[in-house]
Design a protein around this ligand. Structure first.
Ligand code: CUA
Length: 197
C-alpha cells in the first residue's frame, strides 16, 4: 500500500489508464452525437416550418389600405359600431393612438358576435374583460374573430399591445345586453354603440 508513490491525482491514472479514458471518451462521443442530432433536428424543423409556412400563409389574411381607411370602405366612421344584418351581429372597430372607435360597444349576450377591427397607426390589441375575445390589431390587416358572451353586463376593453406613451390610458367599454333588448334596438342599416351622444 505504502509502496504506491504519493501522487495525488496520478494515482487514478496509474490504475488502468487506458480503459478509464476509453470509457470517458465513448461517453463523450455518445453525448456529442445525441446533442448533434438534437441540433440538426431543430435546424431541420426551423427550415421546414419556415419554408412550408411562408408557402402557405395562415388563413384569413385580409388586408386593408391604411391610407384610405377613413375615406372609403368598411372602416369609415359611419360604418363603425355594431351592425345586425342577415341575422349576424358584426362589430367593426378602429384602434388608434390612444383610443378605440367606438369608445363603447354594444353586443347581445348568447348570440354569436363577429369582431372586425384594424389599426390606423401602430400595433394595438384588445381584450374584453375576462372573456376569450382577444386580438391584435395591425395596420394594414383586418383582424376578425367570432365569439359569444354568456353573461350580460359591462366589461372593460383595454389595449393590450404597448403602443406608446398613452397606452395605459387606451381602453373602451363593452356593454353586453340581453338578446331581446339588443334586437329591439337593432335596425338594419344602423350602427349601434353606447357612446353617449
Ligand atoms: Cu393601443 Cu396600447
Amino acid at each position: 500500500m505504502s509502496a504506491v508513490p504519493p501522487m495525488p491525482s496520478g494515482g487514478e491514472h496509474s490504475e488502468s489508464p487506458s480503459s478509464a479514458e476509453h470509457v470517458a471518451e465513448r461517453a463523450e462521443r455518445r453525448w456529442a452525437v445525441i446533442v448533434g442530432v438534437i441540433i440538426a433536428l431543430l435546424i431541420v424543423m426551423m427550415v421546414v416550418t419556415g419554408l412550408h409556412w411562408s408557402a402557405m400563409p395562415p388563413s384569413r389574411v385580409e388586408t386593408v389600405d391604411v391610407n384610405t381607411l377613413h375615406l372609403k370602405g368598411e372602416f369609415v366612421e359611419s360604418n363603425l359600431g355594431t351592425s345586425f344584418e342577415d341575422g349576424k351581429v358584426v362589430v367593426r372597430l378602429l384602434a388608434q393612438q390612444y383610443s378605440f372607435v367606438p369608445q363603447c360597444i354594444v353586443v347581445p349576450s348568447e348570440i354569436s358576435v363577429t369582431f372586425r377591427g384594424t389599426a390606423t397607426d401602430t400595433i394595438h390589441g384588445f381584450m374584453v374583460g375576462t372573456t376569450n375575445a382577444n386580438s391584435m390589431l395591425i395596420p394594414g390587416f383586418v383582424a376578425t374573430f367570432t365569439t359569444s358572451f354568456k353573461k350580460t353586463g359591462e366589461r372593460l376593453m383595454p389595449c393590450h399591445e404597448y403602443c406608446g406613451t398613452g397606452h395605459e390610458a387606451m381602453w373602451a367599454r363593452v356593454q353586453v345586453i340581453p338578446p331581446e333588448a339588443f334586437l329591439a334596438k337593432a335596425r338594419a342599416g344602423e350602427r349601434l354603440s353606447c357612446v353617449p351622444s
